[in-house]
Design a protein around this ligand. Structure first.
Ligand SMILES: [Zn+2]
Length: 357
């Protein structure tokens, strides 16, 4: 069995970590960063197993410690993740869901954060003597979602951790952490996966068809997490409908098309639906810009709709496409602020169609 097998690719980083482990030099505080879905959480889990495994060839994945770590039940590992206020009591359930596929983010429709109470709990737990062996771990997923008060409290833990403790943070946004936190950690940066790595993994671990895998490995932009989202059957058919609508809008924004978009988002409170629609639209606009600038269809990531994208790219003036992207990026940035979703989508499509709302 490969060492650190729970992490796809990232061979160089894995070798460095194993060498550190063999030399007894795994740092007490680690910050794992890189894009969402490339293995940040997976690596944090593997390092935890590595440090607590009870066999000679760690992490074996099979001893008592490894099995408890994978299930989120190890008494010497505390996992924290951002949760909405109403879900805090169910932390362990969410941890288990996250660990069942660390490549997929746990998403909520309401704001989720790591609070000062979470950090106080961590501080309490880490001061307790290890239950099994010599070490104790605290793992904070999406550490950038710590509130400023939480970061302040956490800084104190980082300054004087017990000598048996290791702390691991993961985040795609290290710049949202206090500089004083970042400077006290050893940073590991994980790069994007190659489309070959994603393809091979999906071929061996999922029952997706060859053409689905081909498409998804292109669309996922080096993120296995995104590849999983794209493979989801519901998402796949939703994506098709969104692409149909968005491409029709770009080709000829007639009333019937507008009406269909209005119907799709009428009464929606589903931020994920809107966010997916914007993401699909953004990737089509990207494809169009790249094609217009290079004249080459090989850069198009929505390969299943290549012909239509080329057609629209010939139809639309480049300035128009730039303007659409500007409007869309603005709408996407509003999405984080819990806006009225209908107003946001309708404003976007009506501006695209050149009409007043
Ligand atoms: Zn083990």
């Amino acid at each position: 069995m490969d060492a650190l097998a729970g992490v796809v690719g990232q061979e160089l980083r894995k070798r460095i970590i194993l060498r550190m482990y063999e030399g007894g030099k795994i740092p007490p505080a680690i910050l794992i960063c890189g894009s969402e879905g490339v293995g940040l959480r997976a690596l944090a889990v593997e390092i935890s197993k590595l440090l607590l495994c009870e066999r000679d060839t760690p992490p074996c994945g099979d001893c008592r410690s490894c099995r408890l770590a994978i299930r989120g039940e190890h008494p010497d590992i505390l996992y924290l993740l951002p949760l909405p206020a109403g879900e805090r009591a169910k932390r362990l359930d969410w941890v288990k869901q996250l660990l069942s596929n660390p490549y997929l983010p746990v998403m909520f429709t309401v704001p989720a954060s790591i609070t000062i109470d979470d950090i106080r709990f961590l501080e309490e737990q880490i001061q307790l003597t290890p239950a099994f062996g010599g070490r104790k771990l605290a793992v904070i997923f999406d550490a950038h979602r710590m509130t400023p008060e939480a970061q302040n409290a956490f800084l104190k833990t980082l300054e004087e951790p017990p000598d048996y403790a290791h702390i691991i943070l993961t985040t795609p946004y290290p710049d949202r952490l206090f500089e004083t936190i970042v400077s006290r950690t050893q940073r590991f940066f994980l790069g994007r996966l190659s489309s070959r790595e994603i393809k091979e993994y999906l071929e061996s671990r999922t029952d997706a068809t060859e053409s689905q895998i081909e498409l998804v490995s292109h669309l996922s932009e080096g993120s296995l997490g995104r590849a999983f989202l794209l493979l989801d059957r519901e998402y796949f058919s939703a994506r098709k409908r969104m692409l149909d609508l968005f491409l029709s809008l770009l080709r000829s924004p007639e009333d019937t098309v507008l009406l269909e978009v209005v119907q799709l988002f009428q009464n929606t409170r589903d931020k994920k639906l809107v966010s997916n629609f914007f993401a699909v639209s953004r990737s089509v606009l990207n494809d169009i810009v790249l094609y217009q600038r290079t004249g080459e269809a090989k850069f198009i990531v929505n390969i299943d709709r290549k012909d239509e994208i080329v057609e629209v790219a010939h139809l639309l003036p480049a300035e128009k496409v730039e303007e659409y992207i500007r409007v869309l990026d603005e709408k996407m940035s509003f999405l984080e602020r819990n806006p009225n979703l209908q107003v946001l989508v309708f404003d976007f499509i009506f501006r695209l169609a050149g009409r007043d709302l």
